[in-house]
Ligand binder design. Structure first.
Ligand SMILES: Nc1ncnc2c1ncn2[C@@H]1O[C@H](COP(=O)(O)OP(=O)(O)OP(=O)(O)O)[C@@H](O)[C@H]1O
Length: 599
């Protein structure tokens, strides 16, 4: 509950920051609306009693009060809703930004593979409006309860038994809360289902998958899977909705009994001549309005409980992000000795198998290190660990003797640059697609042209209709580069940090022929290497092509998550082990294909 108050305070501050005057206006309108029922009931009692007594001034006063109540009811509601929409829109944006910021502040990427995290994020993204409305739900609940309490007091003023009969309004409140709990549990249970369904739908709508699905005709299979998930979601929702509705109906049956009781007591008082005509009028108005007031209270309390659920997810994400925060020592500006892995074992979150086992190796400063191995050997996983995307549960990774876990994660990532085989296709202007590799120099033309030159992306940029100012991505009316051109742009992005301590090039060149790849890697290494060696920089190349590996000072051979060999190309060929075997197999392949081979 304390956390709910904290979040309430936070959303109120956001609302006040967004527009203080609108906040005050909405609060005043809410208060006025809450008094409507009472004003209407009192004006009718006053009108009838003064009319029966023949007091003109009283009649006029009652008519004026009724007119004001009517005017507020006609205009107030619409004005309040419009102002609320405007305000919540702004608060909603602020909360969405906060959530994105929290998400981005988590240093590793392990959370993106945890269903608990993804479900919470999904529920939060859908619930930002609820958070934006939180303080108004509290205000609405307060005013609805105040209005209800005033009605009960007025009824009790006519006869205490009438006030007591309003206790029958309590069961619907409790039972509606129960039904809301049933619905919320169902939404939580269905969160993963709907996430999986959306993923499948997304799969069918991306251009990459679209091509394959069109050829294979597998769209129907995926569609059936998505439909099955959808059906299951609908089934669970129907069952839960039915149970929830039954509880609510039971609650309102109690209310009905109370209402009948009020009419019974009233008719007895009229028969005995104990109630004035005005009092009868007032009780009838209040008794009829009680239903609406109660509905309002039930609705507000229900929304508040639902909001509490979103608040729980919000607090969970906030705490999780905070727990993951690590500050630490600044990484060395220049790596003197190197990066060392000692007995590192690693498995992905939620899996049972180690994909790196007892790995020990050293990336010496000022060297080019190659990593080879068959598919699934663990090359990319090694890269992810070195770039700080995952922490290792067993073994240590040290940078010049300081554990990577003790370095400030953001500062370490700022010293690293990487291009991956599954590079991102940022649909921005071409210059921005490259420039985001180093946001501090996003629009720096010198940096951009150097990065483009290092990545060999000059011809790609030149082929774009507006060069660096070309919008990429047909979804935004822009140009769709070929896969190879996207790769060049991604490489350019990685080259925006020429002074990085660690440069990782993880097979980004699948669409290049071996000669082009060799030229590119030679260019990356030789153009930058003089400075790289002097400044202790490390270049890590992951490739299946041995022509590329020959450029490395040291080659690490991974097999099923273990380092099986390590040495220079010449040493490994002489050793005649796994590397030599893979090398010969590729050389034979080239010979068979009539190419010059990796040597
Ligand atoms: N996010 C992940 N969650 C669970 N398992 C993963 C994940 N990423 C990779 N793996 C598993 O880890 C193992 C090593 O994968 P990795 O991508 O490191 O291999 P690789 O040597 O880079 O392969 P390739 O040459 O095909 O790119 C594989 O068995 C793979 O299935």
């Amino acid at each position: 509950m304390r956390r709910q108050w904290q979040v309430l305070g936070h959303t109120l501050r956001l609302s006040l920051r967004a527009d203080r005057r609108t906040v005050v206006a909405i609060a005043l309108l809410m208060a006025a609306e809450a008094g409507l029922v009472i004003a209407t009931a009192l004006s009718q009692r006053w009108l009838v009693d003064t009319a029966v007594a023949g007091r003109l001034a009283g009649v006029l006063g009652a008519v004026a009060l009724g007119a004001v109540a009517f005017a507020v009811s006609v205009t107030g509601n619409r004005m309040r809703e419009n102002m609320l929409l405007y305000l919540m829109d702004r608060v909603n944006i602020a909360i969405s930004q906060e959530i994105l910021h929290l998400d981005a502040s988590i240093p590793t990427v392990a959370h993106l593979e945890q269903p608990r995290y993804l479900d919470a994020l999904d529920r939060l993204h859908r619930g930002t409006w609820t958070l934006a409305a939180l303080c108004w739900q509290y205000a609405g609940t307060f005013f609805a309860l105040a209005s209800l309490a005033a009605s009960v007091t007025l009824l009790a003023s006519v006869d205490p038994l009438l006030g007591a009969l309003t206790l029958f309004a309590v069961p619907p409140l409790l039972m509606t809360q129960r039904s809301n709990r049933i619905l919320r549990r169902m939404w939580d249970d269905c969160a993963e289902l709907s996430r999986r369904e959306w993923l499948l739908h997304d799969m069918c709508t991306t251009p990459e998958a679209g091509k394959e699905l069109a050829i294979t005709g597998a769209g129907d299979v995926i569609d059936q899977r998505a439909s099955a998930l959808c059906q299951e979601g609908i089934r669970r929702e129907s069952v839960a909705s039915l149970r929830a509705a039954l509880w609510e109906i039971l609650g309102w049956c109690f209310y009905g009994a109370g209402f009948v009781g009020i009419l019974w007591v009233l008719s007895a008082k009229v028969t005995n001549g104990e109630a004035s005509l005005g009092a009868v009028m007032m009780v009838l108005v209040l008794a009829a309005e009680l239903h609406r007031q109660l509905n309002r209270v039930v609705g507000e309390v229900g929304s508040l409980a639902a909001a509490g659920h979103v608040v729980d997810h919000y607090c969970w994400l906030r705490d999780y992000a905070r727990d993951q925060q690590r500050t630490g020592a600044a990484p060395p500006a220049r790596i003197e000795r190197g990066i060392k892995l000692e007995n590192v074992s690693f498995r992905y979150p939620g899996t049972e198998v180690d994909v790196l086992r007892d790995v020990s190796l050293e990336l010496r400063s000022g060297t080019v290190v190659g990593v080879v191995g068959v598919n699934g050997a663990g090359k990319t996983t090694l890269v992810k660990i070195l770039t700080g995307m995952y922490e290792v549960p067993a073994g240590t990774v040290t940078v010049d003797g300081t554990p990577l876990a003790e370095l400030d994660p953001a500062a370490w990532r700022a010293r690293v640059t990487a291009v991956f085989q599954d590079f991102a296709r940022f649909q921005l202007l071409a210059g921005e697609t490259i420039g985001v590799g180093n946001v501090r120099h996003l629009h720096d033309p010198t940096r951009l042209s150097q990065a483009i030159a290092r990545a060999g992306a000059g011809p790609t940029v030149a082929a774009l209709p507006d060069g660096l100012a070309t919008q990429l991505g047909p979804a935004f009316g822009g140009v769709e580069p070929s896969t190879g051109q996207w790769q060049r742009l991604a490489l350019g992005r990685a080259m925006m940090r020429p002074d990085a301590s660690l440069t990782v090039v993880d097979e980004p060149t699948a669409t290049l022929d071996p000669v082009a790849e060799h030229e590119l890697f030679t260019q990356i290494i030789e153009e930058g290497l003089a400075a790289d060696r002097r400044d202790g920089r490390i270049i890590l190349l992951v490739s299946h092509r041995f022509s590329t590996m020959r450029l490395a000072d040291q080659i690490i051979v991974l097999d099923a998550g273990r380092v099986v060999e390590c040495g220079s190309h010449a040493e490994l060929v002489r050793r005649d082990g796994v590397y030599a075997e893979l090398y010969r197999a590729q050389a034979d392949g080239y010979t068979v294909a009539g190419l010059s081979g990796p040597a």
